[in-house]
Design a binder for this molecule. Structure first.
Ligand SMILES: Nc1nc2c(ncn2[C@@H]2O[C@H](COP(=O)(O)OP(=O)(O)OP(=O)(O)O)[C@@H](O)[C@H]2O)c(=O)[nH]1
Length: 611
């Protein structure tokens, strides 16, 4: 039985692995678990991963967010706590909280790829948190690996010698033992006031179907013990500590957590919003005076409407969102009604990836078919009379005299081979970007920094960047305040009626392009009706583009010669069933597939084929 209190802070090393996506973080973490004996060699494949599968199947989410590993160096026993960090830009705040729970970071770079945008973004976050950085080149077993070349690059970036970069293979295990030794030797042990009031930082919290919320903490001062009452400092809510322990790699309930220790706690709360990342846990009877710094409420940056393809699924969608919310403190939503799409929800997300994850989970885990409207950012509108309006839905953009519209902007870092500089500049300029600076990481790789309106980045920036650089560029961005901009709302009208789902807020110079594109797309997608249907794009009362759908009656029996009455009936019934699913805009019938196709940015209707 582990006795967590028995570990003196001097023997503890808290670290994380930071890397660009696919540079091998999980593989290296697995290898460390194996080499330290936390998971034995045979169990590694046969059991450890199986266990994860079962976890997933049963929806148990006690994951290895923070694994405790024993490691001996020169006869001295140490405890290494490996803390997992979410890898994506949308979760920068969560990443920074995980980093704040560590004293050091292993900066992992694929020896066949070199530094990428998220390598830099994560490195800067680690430096802001004053972490000791251990530079590591991974995948040295690959024939294409160029460890010498990239050691130069990495050393130049963090200001060390190329020889200081470790060379490992997470796959074969080469170099991992010396790396574990270096973690003990180079990363400082935690310091804190052991006798002071308890303060522990929450760096992750996940909802578990059976146990409620499992909260991951790092104790900074004092200690936390089972059965005592704890308080969350941001909300002042108090809970009884039902269980506290460490993960190695199974949850091991223990006698408590002391200074510098990392582990989990369970209080029986059912919603992660009651146990928020970044908050400070203290003892309810002897509370600390000040919370640990850095707590922030998650703020949605990107909004989109989610509507069930089949209107009768609306209650299911509401239930599914309620369930997801238990495990996602950043997800916000409220009911929305659209003329075109019916009943749905306006949802707020941290970013595009967050949106995609939520949408995919709703479709896969809850078996829903959804239409999502074009994502948009939040606009602050000041009217001439001084009133302020916050717009999260383009259809709510105010009419009347507007003094100023402000939009969020982001600081973007793009890394790419230098041959693509021209293509990237052209793209960023077209997206209203401002170049902040450019540095060569080596003779053929360059880092470019731009500020861009977030609205332009969420549109189709990443796809365009990838296609213009043949997939070689990587991108990262972080919020960077807001700016005034010349923005207008473009409405799309079908036979004089506004189709709210297609309204968009765009820069004045792009209004015409958007209107023309949407009108053109809809002309292709909406079937001919028995009367002519004009499609117009308008800014206010001014029509800026127009297309016409010519009248025709679709005769499904046209190809059905002869007297096969049962076949005719079948065709007519099919047509009738199809009509039931149609959405009516005024007197125009629009198949839901047309909306989906028009709302996907390439217009190809990637989702439309899903039945
Ligand atoms: N040859 C070789 N392949 C490796 C090595 N480490 C990881 N890989 C492969 O690289 C790919 C990505 O590895 P992961 O460990 O999943 O990478 P990750 O950084 O955790 O990726 P994400 O979790 O998606 O961010 C996988 O196909 C691994 O098998 C290595 O040392 N050598």
């Amino acid at each position: 039985m582990l006795q967590p209190h028995a570990t003196p802070p001097e023997a503890i090393r808290n670290f994380c692995i930071i890397a660009h996506i696919d540079h091998g973080k999980s593989t290296l973490a697995d290898r460390m678990l194996q080499i330290t004996g936390v998971v034995d060699e045979r169990a590694m494949r046969a059991q450890y991963l199986d266990r994860m599968d079962i976890e997933r199947e049963r929806g148990i989410t006690i994951k290895s967010q923070a694994v405790r590993m024993p490691w001996e160096v020169d006869g001295g026993s140490h405890v290494l706590n490996m803390i997992d960090t979410p890898g994506h830009v949308d979760f920068t705040y969560e990443v920074s909280r995980s980093l704040a729970a560590c004293e050091g970071a292993v900066l992992l770079v694929d020896a066949a790829q070199g530094i990428e945008a998220q390598t830099l973004a994560n490195l800067y976050l680690a430096m802001e948190n004053d972490l000791t950085i251990i530079p590591v080149l991974n995948k040295i077993d690959l024939p294409a690996a160029q460890p010498e070349k990239y050691a130069e690059e990495l050393a130049g970036l963090i200001g060390c010698e190329p020889e200081d970069c470790f060379q490992v293979s997470g796959k074969t295990g080469v170099g991992v033992e010396p790396l574990l030794d270096a973690i003990v030797a180079q990363i400082p042990s935690p310091t804190g006031n052991a006798d002071g009031p308890a303060r522990a930082m929450i760096f992750d919290s996940v909802y578990d179907t059976y146990r409620g919320v499992v909260t991951y903490v790092r104790v900074v001062d004092g200690n936390l013990n089972p059965r005592e009452r704890i308080a969350m400092m941001s909300t002042k809510a108090t809970h009884e500590l039902l269980e506290i322990g460490v993960i190695s790699p199974e949850p091991l309930p223990g006698r408590g957590l002391g200074v510098g220790e990392v582990g989990y706690l369970i209080t029986g709360v059912k919603d992660v919003r009651q146990s928020k990342v970044g908050d400070t846990v203290t003892n309810a009877a002897k509370p600390a005076a000040d919370a640990l710094g850095g707590y922030r409420d998650p703020k949605p940056m990107v909004f989109s409407g989610l509507f069930p393809l089949d209107g009768s699924d609306y209650p299911d969608l509401r239930d599914a969102l309620d369930k997801l919310k238990l495990n996602d403190a950043a997800l916000v939503y409220e009911p929305e009604t659209s003329v075109a799409l019916g009943f749905g929800f306006r949802c707020g997300f941290l970013g595009l990836l967050h949106l995609e994850i939520v949408r995919e989970r709703l479709e896969r885990e809850f078996d829903l078919e959804l239409i999502s409207t074009q994502p948009n950012v939040v606009y602050d509108v000041t009217m001439d009379d001084g009133t302020q309006v916050t717009v999260t839905n383009p259809s709510e953009f105010p009419g009347g005299k507007i003094a100023e519209v402000r939009e969020p902007k982001v600081r973007t870092t793009i890394l790419a081979p230098s041959e693509f500089i021209g293509a990237i500049m052209e793209l960023c300029q077209g997206k209203r970007g401002t170049l902040l600076g450019m540095d060569y990481l080596s003779e053929d790789r360059v880092e470019m920094r731009y500020t861009l309106p977030l609205a332009e980045v969420v549109f189709d920036f990443f796809d365009q960047l990838k296609s213009r650089t043949r997939g070689y560029a990587s991108l990262d961005y972080e919020p960077d305040g807001d700016q005034a901009a010349d923005l207008v709302k473009v409405d799309i009208l079908l036979q004089g009626e506004t189709v709210d789902a297609f309204s968009a807020i765009v820069h004045k110079d792009k209004a015409y392009g958007y209107g023309l594109m949407m009108a053109g797309k809809l002309k292709e997608l909406i079937p001919r009706q028995q009367f002519e249907v004009p499609i117009q794009a308008a800014v206010g009362a001014r029509v800026i583009a127009r297309e016409n759908i010519r009248a025709i009656r679709k005769d499904v029996l046209a190809k059905c010669y002869g007297g096969d009455i049962s076949r005719k009936r079948k065709l007519l019934e099919k047509q009738k069933a199809g009509k039931k699913r149609m959405k009516n805009i005024g007197s125009v019938e629009v198949p839901p597939e047309a909306f989906i196709a028009a709302l996907t940015s390439d217009g190809a209707g990637a989702q439309a084929t899903k039945k």
